[in-house]
Design a protein around this ligand. Structure first.
Ligand code: FPP
Length: 251
């Protein structure tokens, strides 16, 4: 079994379903529809969705999930109404302030991926603080994609890589499938084994484009605020029965 890229430690053994996923990534979709179905504003759905995040993070250790990556806000989500965007940014600030202590004490290590340039300073300083305060934790690795887009990530990575070439630190001949991911936001994480999207939409919407080349996918009907730890457990069990060949033929 691969070792933890950060700590070098062996992954937690003996928990979760047989052959369950080590890294689960989730596109948390359906908050708006969930709220609208109840005659409530969309932000009501986002708040309900945020509460689900805690339940899912807490379920990870017993399911054997070492890495959880969640899509909180995409580079395309700025196209939403100003009210919804401002409401989401305020929710992220409140969520981080409120959850920092619980996440730190539950041994969760939090990281953020995405471009921080467009985020306000209050939010980015809370993000920095949460990353700092959980930096020595070695339980579940929670990665929150915030102002994240897969294409944007590859473009930013390519820019950094090109700078290294221009500065003579990297030989263009050495650029290959091993080199490029070292420039991605996710460079310390393994690729996701299982990507889940809730709410019945069967698309990946610019999420982890490079990293999910060989991931297994689950597109489920449940709206994110209705998603439960039990459902995650069922998806992990089902993942354990899949035959991942990574392009090879079974011998
Ligand atoms: C997609 O549902 C959801 C989002 C764009 C926001 C996701 C954010 C949360 C779940 C909040 C919690 C996250 C953290 C880290 C605190 P949608 O609005 O597109 O739903 P719809 O497709 O039904 O309109």
């Amino acid at each position: 079994m691969p070792k933890d890229p950060d700590t070098g430690a062996a992954p937690d053994a003996g928990t979760g379903p047989p052959n369950g996923p080590r890294h689960v990534a989730i596109i948390m979709d359906g908050n708006g529809r969930w709220a609208e179905a109840k005659g409530r504003p969309r932000l009501f759905g986002h708040h309900a969705g945020a509460r689900r995040v805690r339940e899912v993070v807490e379920a990870c250790p017993k399911l054997g999930i070492k890495y959880l990556t969640i899509f909180a806000f995409s580079t395309e989500n700025w196209k939403r109404t100003q009210t919804e965007v401002a409401g989401l940014m305020s929710l992220f600030r409140r969520y981080i302030s409120k959850e920092t202590r619980a996440l730190a004490s539950r041994n969760v290590r939090v990281r953020f991926i995405g471009d921080r340039v467009r985020l306000d300073e209050k939010l980015t300083s809370l993000m920095d603080q949460l990353e700092r305060e959980t930096a020595n934790n070695d339980g579940v690795h929670l990665t929150v994609a915030l102002n994240y887009g897969g294409r944007d990530e590859v473009a930013r990575a390519t820019r950094r890589l090109a700078m290294d070439v221009a500065n003579g630190k990297l030989d263009p001949q050495d650029v290959d499938e091993e080199t490029l991911p070292k420039y991605l936001d996710t460079h310390v994480l393994p690729d996701p084994d299982l990507v889940i999207r809730t709410s019945g939409e069967a698309r990946i919407s610019n999420f982890l484009l490079w990293q999910s080349a060989y991931s297994e996918y689950e597109f489920i009907e449940t709206l994110w605020p209705d998603f439960t730890a039990e459902e995650l457990g069922r998806l992990c069990t089902s993942y354990g029965t899949r035959d991942r060949r990574f392009g090879a033929v079974k011998t």
